[in-house]
Each structure stands twice: as structure tokens, then as C-alpha cells.
Design a protein around this ligand. Structure first.
Ligand code: FE2
Length: 232
């Protein structure tokens, strides 16, 4: 049994090289290269990733506290590839059984939609986002009713116990930001995503796409200048 941990920030403004000086951009790039080397040296048999911090892949048409993926797809936001991801189904089903035995009635999805909050860190490291088997676990941290911290901690403990018993090299991963305050319905960020919206359909509309990009990039830029909290 061997575990490792990889955590990294994500943000659409990471792709805009006009917002920061060259030294800052280089430092970010070098950091991701170091993380890439770390992950390649560890050579995980599976990555268990917790996330995201967005009202995106899940919305109010169905908002579980926790959901385990047995299959998943990248939604392709922010120029990231839209594709099926290599979710290890059998491993996922065993984890599902383990969590149910540990008294977690966790939801399950064979088609979990993952936005940049999950996949951007892999793109920054490897360019491709399907280098390693990836087992995503959704934790609702973006829209009330939020799960209590105690339940989140106990879920992590149960997942860790399963990973330990599996004997596999498991890389745990997460991505977010300490200053994050992601948009929600009624947050005032144009345009609000309808409660039952399909993110992919929503994002495909050119007007919405350009409006959202302008709003989020402008907030990101303001944040970098110290005038606002990160709000994508
Ligand atoms: Fe985020």
C-alpha cells in the first residue's frame, strides 16, 4: 500500500498570460512541471479525486451531498477536451459497496459530468486529461444544503480505509482555491445557470459563453489586482 497526495489550484485565468508578469507565469508552469514529475514518479494505479467547488456538473435538477462516479465525462469547458474519462468501474463498484457498509448512502453516477474544477490540473501537468485511471467523488461544496463537515471527514476516512485495503498505489487529488467563492444561482454573475440546465448545452450557446468568459475573466483579473475575491 502506498498513498500520495496532489493538490493544485484551477482557474480559467490561468490561460490568460496577459494578466500576470512573465515571472509569475513561469513560476506557475514550473510548479506544474514539478507536480507532473512527482505524479509520474509515483505512477499511480488509480487516482481518487474529490471535487469540485462549482455549481456546474451537478445542479438543482439533482444535487446529492456525495456522488461516486462509475463513469465520467469531461464537459469541455474553458477549452479543455470534452471526452470520456478512464474511470475504473470495478474499483468504483467495490468502493461503493464499502461505503454502503460504512453507512454512507452515497449516490452513484455512470455519467458524471466533470468541469475544469476536476480536470484542469491534469491538463496543466500532462496536457491530456486521461493519463491515469481516475475515480471522481463529488462532494457538494457549492450549493445548499451542504453536507456537514463531520460527514465529509468521515467519508474521507471510509475512502481511505478502502484504498488502504486495496493494496494499490493510490494518488488522492483535489483542486480548488482558498479564495474561492464560486457562482451560484442568484449570485449576480451573468448569466445565471438555470436550475435544470445541462451545462454542456448551456455552455454551447456562443452568447452565453462569451458573456460568461468576459464576466469571469474580468473578476479574475480584479482579484489578481487585489480588488475582489476569486469568483469563478
Ligand atoms: Fe473553482
Amino acid at each position: 500500500m502506498t498513498f500520495a497526495l496532489a493538490c493544485a489550484s484551477h482557474t480559467p485565468v490561468m490561460y490568460d498570460r496577459t494578466l500576470a508578469d512573465g515571472g509569475t507565469c513561469d513560476a506557475v508552469r514550473v510548479s506544474f512541471e514539478k507536480m507532473r514529475d512527482f505524479v509520474e514518479d509515483f505512477d499511480p494505479e488509480v487516482i481518487i479525486q474529490f471535487g469540485p467547488d462549482h455549481f456546474n456538473g451537478f445542479n438543482y435538477s439533482l444535487m446529492p451531498s456525495f456522488c461516486l462516479a462509475s463513469g465520467a465525462e469531461s464537459v469541455g469547458d474553458w477549452s479543455l477536451p470534452r471526452m470520456k474519462l478512464p474511470v475504473p468501474e470495478e474499483f468504483s463498484l467495490k468502493l461503493l459497496d464499502h461505503l454502503r457498509s460504512a453507512e454512507f448512502d452515497i449516490a452513484q453516477s455512470y455519467s458524471m459530468m466533470l468541469d475544469h474544477g476536476f480536470v484542469q490540473m491534469w491538463a496543466c501537468m500532462f496536457e491530456d486529461i486521461d493519463r491515469y485511471p481516475l475515480l471522481p467523488i463529488f462532494i457538494n461544496s457549492a450549493a445548499p444544503p451542504l453536507p456537514k463537515y463531520k460527514r465529509v471527514r468521515l467519508l474521507g476516512q471510509a475512502v481511505g480505509e478502502f484504498a488502504k485495503a486495496s493494496g494499490k498505489r493510490v494518488l488522492f487529488a483535489a483542486s480548488g482555491g482558498l479564495s474561492h467563492d464560486p457562482p451560484m444561482l442568484g449570485s449576480g454573475l451573468p448569466p445565471a445557470i438555470p436550475a435544470s440546465a445541462c451545462l454542456v448545452c448551456w455552455w454551447k450557446q456562443p452568447k452565453i459563453r462569451s458573456c460568461a468568459k468576459r464576466a469571469w475573466l474580468s473578476l479574475g483579473a480584479k482579484c489578481m489586482r487585489g480588488g475582489a475575491r476569486s469568483s469563478h
